[in-house]
Ligand binder design. Sequence first.
Ligand code: IVH
Length: 666
Amino acid sequence: MDIQKKTQALRDQINDHNYRYYVLDDPHISDSEYDGLFRELQKLESENPRLVTKDSPTQRVGNKPLSSFDTITHRIPMLSLANAMDETELRAFDARIKKGLNTNDDIVYMAEPKLDGLAVELVYENGLFINGSTRGDGNTGENITQNLKTISAIPLFLRTDVHDTPPLLEVRGEVFMSKTGFKKLNKMRKREDLPLFANPRNAAAGSLRQLDSSITAQRPLSIYCYEAGTIEGITFDKHQKFLSALKDWGLPVNPQIKKVKNIDEVIDFHHNMEKQRDLLPYGIDGTVFKINAVAQRNVLGIRSRSPRWAIAGKFKAQQVTSVVVDIIPSVGRTGAITPVAKLDSVHVGGVVVTNATLHNQDEINRKDIRIGDNVLIQRAGDVIPEIVKVIVNKRPKGTSRYLLPKECPSCGHEVFRPEGEAVARCQNLSCPAQMKGRIEHFASKVAMDMDGFGGQLVDQLVEKNLIRTVDDLFRLTFNDLIELDRIAEKSAQNILAAIQDAKQTTFARFIYALGIRNVGAHLSKVLQQEFSSDIEKFMSASLEELETIDEVGAIGAKTITKFWSDPSNVEIVKSCLSLGVELEMVQEPKSHALKGKTFVFTGTLTKFSRNEAKTLAEAHGASASGSVSKKTDYIVAGTGAGTKLKKAKELDIQVLTEEEFLVMIQ
Ligand code: IVH
């Protein structure tokens, strides 16, 4: 056989085996035989590069890593599903359907497991896989075509043995990682000292969102398809027929999907799935029921975010008992102190649980959770396991109420709990546990705006002990940076230039960058005006002085004074200033026409951008905020204004056009 025919025959064989394996669930050869064929094709193609075709199974990992994902707008929005929490709600759904269809006849549904993965859309044009995207916000998602191509279960072209290829087929499905694939992956990561994924869903999501598709290619991902987007050239009157066409085209469909003839069969399916869920090779978090007849679907239509013709049946949260072996306070990246219960390890829903979050002191008090207690643990879906309650009659003798320490477990500085807040925090700028988080925030775009400071760079700088506190950023040298992984001369110079540039900043940016609790971007600007960009004055402001500033209030004033009462915080700020940080004087407002007023700009403005509008408002003494609240005085709404405008109307806030706004400042 000539080489060209031989490579094509091998490609066909491999694609057929994929189809048997993923769609028919009926493999005819072993994994190692499959690997043998694959290697043979690779060898032939590498010896004869001109024979490589775009849709060859060897070309699944193609291009260079991306720097970011493009977006793709879904032709038809990707909806979500309304939930039924129990049998009663499933029956209520069925009753609603009958009422909507004005019938007493039984409704035929397709019953499907609700896969716990990531929804994606695949687009095939004339049978060829063109692109694929995440669900995103439902309207636009990320273009993850490169990564989807690495998933062998996704055919690069559709089979034509039964149906012709439609000019356009958009199909939706769930990308997931099997339970065994997940275990293997984590085992490997543990050996390599890499952080472990919490569950198969996170592992699947993390794998799909890789910019480098060669990483995705190493992850055991699969897919089941379950809905249509736009289809041209062929129509289906039943969902069942659509699913069966998908299989004929070579797209995997979950073999557990079943037609059910009435609501009793719906309930049976739901209970059966709940019983079986631990035995399934992949994670599911419920069931989905969809009306089979497309004509009935069309009568019912959709709500804003979910179809009326489908529902997700939720499983009960899974509960088991365990013992609290210890309670450990941990400090998060933002200084929040969160107590974590260490448990005797238990299996809940196929996952080993050893920790449960206790949230905060109030939560511990409310449930009176003590070290040594027998407790009921609950795991619902993706969320971190929780303690439902203490089994008090099993409480051992000699336990005592648990109190969070008054000092930060990481740095030993005093912990502060702002009034009215549930969470206690460490406000120390030099707390090691918060180092990475604080530095990332300090350097970020909205704060000091140091270009090129991503999480990876910060991780390295902290791990190599090059920075301990934010002022150390201004001490970095070329030699420090060039030592780091993946930093070449040019990027070291760029980073230094970005740090140098960032030194010329404003009071507002600098204060915001410090990450003082309650002092967000907006309040920083208010403070800038109040203290006329004088940081010394701000650092020594008294509680009373701060309290009188409208937007600071009693709670904010306490947080701020507490922050400055820590001498190490003052020292770090002084050190930044002596290392060259300069807070330029921000111009006095052009007028006080809008003094004390808060504006929200929303929608598309035509005379200026939203940012320009904000600056304009600020120049006339107003403050601009990103969200509508009772404190908002005016909302300026451009075209396409949505939820903010709605909320403003509910709160009876005056709505202005751009023109009306301009009149106010003229
Ligand atoms: S259908 C028009 N079917 O659940 C309905 N979704 O809450 C669109 N999901 O975003 C979804 N298994 O990620 C459908 N068999 C299934 C599903 C399923 C899992 C997920 C999917 C979707 C979410 C909706």
